[in-house]
Design a protein around this ligand. Structure first.
Ligand code: SAM
Ligand code: SF4
Ligand code: SF4
Length: 372
């Protein structure tokens, strides 16, 4: 039987103004219902992946019968570029390409080339980056850099090869990813970040070896708490290792000192090695909600705009784009949708105040669909 867990019951209804009335040019400074500006856009360029990470695309769900989106449903690269430009005109300064595995999207370099030409409302180049599992990075790093990508984040959950193969469940070797990291560094994609999702009882024994491996290199290693995203990974709080424990475990071997955040909106808490061998970050998505500073919008592969990682519904921008809406009409839609945003799931997690559309029993979007 073929199954589709991901999307999303129905697109949310666009506010009436968004459908065409009261069209306004972009203001460059939209804020949501909780006074949070729109600064970041994550664009998922594919829902497919060559890995089957157990916490993201478990093979029993994402099997050979699983129906990925048909090509016609995907935003074209030109449609992505246009929407990205309109988001930037509304105040976005940072774009992250993600997926699924973004390096599987054909002609991703063309998209990067186009996005690299965009300028923020202040006339600055965008902070343009990409999150990848690293498996194709050795092959693609130079082309990505030449297209205008400046930096990259690589996901790596273990250095132990047997464990890594078990976690990606597609028999990819750690060496492939390490080669990708090296290739990215060699072409100057910097600063390079490595993200490790920590699942208690699965890969927490890898925390200290990972820290040891990347200490003293130019790579910033960041530990992410395993999150209750989507519905297919069978998430359980007992598998979350709080970031405070991660820091404590590393500090037993390598003393750490807290560092100031780069900015108020930064999701990672920074810790420096006391001996000057660089820094680590911890992203405490479960134990320390950062919704108050969440300035992120997410555009799905098929052009739905999601206001929260834990949403179950998105706003269908693809339809307005394909219906021939003007740039100003689309900008108005984006501004109206953002203005109505009150999402703060992580702050409300576990409380009775969680809105029905983000409750665990709602069919929330999957990480592989929206890209984190
Ligand atoms: N395929 C690319 C990759 O793995 O880097 C990009 C997409 S992936 C969905 C983005 C990030 O989300 C990865 O770093 C992955 O480890 C993380 N992720 C996926 N499921 C997660 C979960 N349940 N909790 C925390 N992080 C998760
Ligand atoms: Fe693929 Fe990334 Fe999800 Fe792993 S985390 S299955 S690499 S999309
Ligand atoms: Fe942002 Fe939603 Fe995550 Fe809160 S739970 S930080 S609002 S994505």
């Amino acid at each position: 039987m073929s199954r589709r867990v991901i999307p999303v019951a129905d697109a949310r209804t666009l506010p009436p103004e968004a459908a065409g009335a009261a069209v306004r040019p972009p203001s460059g400074e939209v804020v949501d219902a909780l006074a949070r500006p729109l600064h970041d856009l994550r664009i998922s360029v594919t829902d497919r992946c060559n890995f089957r990470c157990v916490y993201c695309m478990p093979r029993e769900v994402f099997d050979k019968n699983y129906q990925f989106l048909p090509h016609a449903a995907l935003l074209s690269l030109e449609e992505i570029e246009r929407l990205a430009r309109l988001f930037v005109a509304q105040g976005v300064t940072k774009i992250r390409l993600t997926g699924g595995e973004p390096l599987l999207r054909k002609n991703i370099e063309f998209l990067i080339e186009r996005l690299a030409t965009l300028r923020t409302v202040d006339g600055e180049p965008l902070d343009l980056t990409l999150t990848t599992n690293g498996s194709l990075l050795a092959r693609k790093a130079r082309a990505l850099r030449d297209a205008g990508l400046t930096r990259v984040t690589v996901s790596l959950d273990a250095l132990d090869d047997t464990l890594f193969r078990r976690m990606n469940d597609a028999d990819f070797a750690v060496a492939d990813v390490l080669d990708g990291i090296e290739a990215a560094q060699a072409v100057g994609l910097a600063p390079l970040k490595v993200n490790m999702v920590v699942k208690r009882g699965t890969n927490d024994a890898e925390i200290v070896p990972m820290a040891r491996h990347f200490r003293g290199s130019d790579v910033t290693l960041r530990f992410i708490e395993y999150m209750d995203v989507g519905t297919s990974n069978g998430w359980n709080m007992t598998e979350v290792l709080p970031s405070a424990d991660v820091v404590a475990r590393i500090a037993e071997h390598f003393p750490l000192v807290p560092l100031e955040p780069h900015s108020a909106a930064e999701t990672a808490q920074r810790w420096g090695y006391a001996d000057g061998a660089g820094e680590i970050g911890v992203i405490s998505s479960v134990t320390r909600a950062f919704c108050g500073n969440c300035t992120r919008a997410r555009l799905s592969t098929e052009g739905k705009l999601y206001l929260c990682l834990f949403a179950s519904m998105g706003y269908d921008l693809r339809t307005i784009v394909r219906n021939g809406a003007s740039d100003d009409a689309i900008s108005t839609a984006i501004a109206r949708i953002w203005a109505g945003r009150a999402d703060r799931y992580s702050q409300l997690r576990g409380s009775a105040a969680v809105p029905a559309d983000t409750a665990p029993e709602a069919r929330r979007i999957e990480m592989s669909y929206i890209g984190g």
